[in-house]
Design a protein. Structure first.
Length: 214
């Protein structure tokens, strides 16, 4: 089986990324781009991001998670600490996040170091989730091998019964991570593949930027 994809091409013409039109603070640029993509409406989940970790087998692995908040400290997402990515982060907290927004022809790549958020913050977010999602956190032994789909359905039925008339508590092995960036790269598609790339590097408490060739 083979398929030639060499004719899949797109000309990027929607915007530009120039030094005289951006802030010295990469978080301000990120927020501007996030908001513009949200308004554009082309991304189903504008907060969907890919996180890459170095697995216990020595290979990198990427998967999509949802950004749940961000500020000048970093980018926060939530997961099961016993999941494959949770175990990988425990061994090597250096990760890479990436956002790709086709509707605005933009990409953001973030390299950073992960820390757990405090339990109070995680608990507050957990209880803001739909009840079904809260129950699902108990029902799924994330990343563990299971015999069938029925295992999940049976687990869910059990926790639904257990917490039928009670608030669903946050599992101890579930919580949040904040990715504190050491660099943030912004990519804006341009014509003729001469894309704009500007990377911000954090040196002590200062952000410095430079342009990279596409």
């Amino acid at each position: 089986m083979s398929r030639n994809l060499q004719d899949y091409r797109q000309s990027y013409e929607k915007s530009e990324l120039l030094e005289n039109n951006i802030s010295d603070n990469p978080f301000e640029l990120f927020e501007r781009w996030f908001n513009e993509t949200e308004v554009e409406g082309g991304a189903g989940e504008v907060n969907a991001m890919t996180i890459a970790t170095i697995g216990l087998n020595g290979f990198p692995k990427s998967r999509v998670v949802l950004l749940k908040s961000y500020d000048s400290e970093g980018f926060i997402f939530y997961t099961n600490f016993n999941s494959e990515k949770g175990k990988a982060i425990a061994i090597n907290p250096n990760v890479c996040l990436s956002f790709f927004w086709p509707s605005t022809e933009r990409q953001v790549i973030i390299q950073g170091v992960v820390e757990k958020v405090d339990d109070e913050t995680a608990t507050e977010y957990y209880h803001s989730r739909p009840r079904g999602s809260q129950l699902g956190a108990w029902a799924s032994p994330q990343s563990s091998e299971i015999a069938s789909r029925e295992v999940l359905e049976d687990n869910l039925a059990q926790v639904e019964l257990k917490y039928k008339d009670h608030e669903v508590p946050k599992p101890e092995n579930w919580g949040g991570y904040i990715v504190k960036p050491v660099n943030i790269e912004f990519w804006q598609g341009r014509q003729n593949r001469l894309h704009d790339r500007i990377i911000f590097n954090k040196e002590e408490a200062q952000w410095n930027s430079k342009r990279l060739a596409p």
